[in-house]
Design a protein around this ligand. Structure first.
Ligand SMILES: NC(=O)c1ccc[n+]([C@@H]2O[C@H](COP(=O)([O-])OP(=O)(O)OC[C@H]3O[C@@H](n4cnc5c(N)ncnc54)[C@H](OP(=O)(O)O)[C@@H]3O)[C@@H](O)[C@H]2O)c1
Length: 434
């Protein structure tokens, strides 16, 4: 029997999920892998008397995990960037492997933490919860050139858009409901403004395309401007609105962007609803693969955390630390040799949905159409109906043909300045297709 002694930093949702899964499935894991997981030590800032620590030593200082010679592997489950980064660095410096669920720390500091290809840092749980996407990218798809990655990688956004579509509830109502159900944080900023999804896309782009872990290089938009009206118009046009992380390799470079997007109702991603996550990977050999599953929650995330722990454990069982190091050296994440050129958002091409609130008077549509035409934007479809609010305005909804972002931006500025346009113009890009 090979014992692997784990030290856990944090005692929140994910850490408790790990304890529950070790308690219920520990013997199963041992019979499958030959590794007996022992929770040796837990360190968190507050005591939780009701939680079964499985006999682990408890302390309040997470640095105790690094100092304890009886801890073989450290699980960083506190979140955030400051202390988490410090803990990961000190553990790695002490030669202890680390498993983290922390997308923020990897998206911001991955290059540094993974530098040199000699680190034992795993982060399966950082992207899309239970879905084994990191392992799939690193190993299962290792023989392929990746062409595109599309992800529904924020469960809060997907839940909110789904409920808005199915129940017709407005954004604020759905947000309150999501908070009551525990699907959204009390401060939902990270989720609804797209930051969480951007952290995850940063990691996926690094794995798929060898980019640096540079969260700031992404274009990011959240879902706050999406209305039930837009969802209904999109449906009439044959689309669903999804909040997508998109990393696409084109002839001119790599697009990395996070924003609401129109997805054809027939597309695989259109059927991923509620809090579910999905990642679609398009590659030359394997074609289109859709990974789908729960993206959050204690048990689901613990599944990914423990997958990392067991895979590290099996390397230790197979041989000394060197074996593990050589395995990690082989991952695409640590093999990036040169930074790929990124396409600036202004240079991205997409078809667009535009909802333009206008005065209900003759000649307005002609004015809008002629402004678009002056920018060489051609129209594919139009919907024009009375505004449901009955305030005298009408929404002109236009689907454009594919056009470059900078041209749409210029046209939107001009349209907004028309005195017949009486509110904010909503623009939603159509997701690229392969
Ligand atoms: N929840 C999910 O579904 C999910 C899914 C995927 C990834 N993740 C990631 O997993 C990580 C943990 O998430 P979580 O949901 O478990 O968070 P959480 O419930 O807030 O738990 C965090 C734990 O860390 C402790 N902690 C925070 N700061 C600390 C400090 N300075 N010193 C010592 N302990 C500290 C907290 O103590 P208190 O108990 O005193 O607050 C809490 O026990 C995050 O990186 C998150 O992004 C979470």
């Amino acid at each position: 029997m090979n014992k692997l002694r784990i030290g856990i930093a944090g005692l929140g949702t994910v850490a408790q999920g790990v304890l529950d899964l070790v308690r219920t499935n520990g013997s199963l894991m041992t019979s499958r892998t030959g590794i007996e997981l022992v929770v040796q030590r837990i360190a968190s800032r507050s005591v939780k008397p009701g939680v079964d620590l499985l006999g682990a030593v408890f302390s309040l200082d997470v640095h105790d995990l690094v100092a304890d010679p009886e801890v073989d592997v450290i699980l960083e489950l506190i979140g955030g960037e400051g202390l988490a980064k410090e803990l990961i660095e000190s553990a790695l410096a002490a030669g202890k492997p680390v498993v983290t669920a922390n997308k923020a720390v990897i998206a911001a500091h991955g290059d540094q933490l993974l530098a040199g290809g000699k680190v034992l840092l795993r982060f399966e749980a950082a992207v899309a919860g239970a879905i084994p996407i990191i392992q799939s990218m690193n190993q299962g798809l290792a023989a392929n050139r990746i062409d595109a990655i599309y992800g529904i990688i924020n469960g809060t956004c997907n839940y909110m858009l789904t409920v808005m579509e199915e129940e017709g509830l407005v954004f604020d109502q759905v947000l309150s409901q999501a908070q009551e159900l525990g699907y959204a944080e009390a401060d939902p900023t990270f989720d609804i403004e797209g930051i969480d999804a951007a952290h995850k896309l940063t990691i996926l782009a690094a794995l798929g395309f060898g980019t640096s872990y540079d969260y700031s290089a992404l274009y990011v938009e959240g879902i706050a401007q999406i209305t039930v009206e837009d969802i209904q118009y999109a449906k009439e046009l044959g689309f669903k609105i999804k909040h997508l992380g998109i990393a696409v390799q084109s002839e001119v470079g790599l697009e990395t962007r996070v924003h609401p997007a129109l997805v054809p109702v027939s597309a695989l991603l259109a059927s991923v609803n509620g809090v579910m996550n999905a990642v679609q990977v398009v590659s030359d050999g394997a074609g289109e693969i859709l990974f789908s599953g729960p993206g959050a929650g204690g048990a689901a995330t613990a599944s990914a955390v423990l997958a990392d722990v067991l895979s590290l454990g099996s390397l230790f069982v197979a041989g000394p630390t060197d074996a593990a190091q050589s395995q990690v050296q082989g991952t695409p994440s640590s093999c990036a040799v040169s930074e790929i050129s990124r396409v600036a958002m202004d240079d991205v091409f997409s078809a667009c949905y535009l909802r333009i609130p206008t005065l209900d008077r003759p000649g307005v549509f002609a004015q809008v159409a002629s402004t678009l035409s002056a920018h060489s934007i051609s129209i594919e479809a139009v919907i024009q109906k009375e505004h449901p609010g009955g305030d005298g305005s009408v929404s002109i909804v236009i689907m454009t043909h594919i056009v470059v972002e900078s041209v749409v931006n210029a046209a939107l500025t001009e349209l907004s300045a028309l005195d017949s346009v009486v509110g904010e113009i909503i623009r939603i890009r159509v997701a690229p297709t392969h």
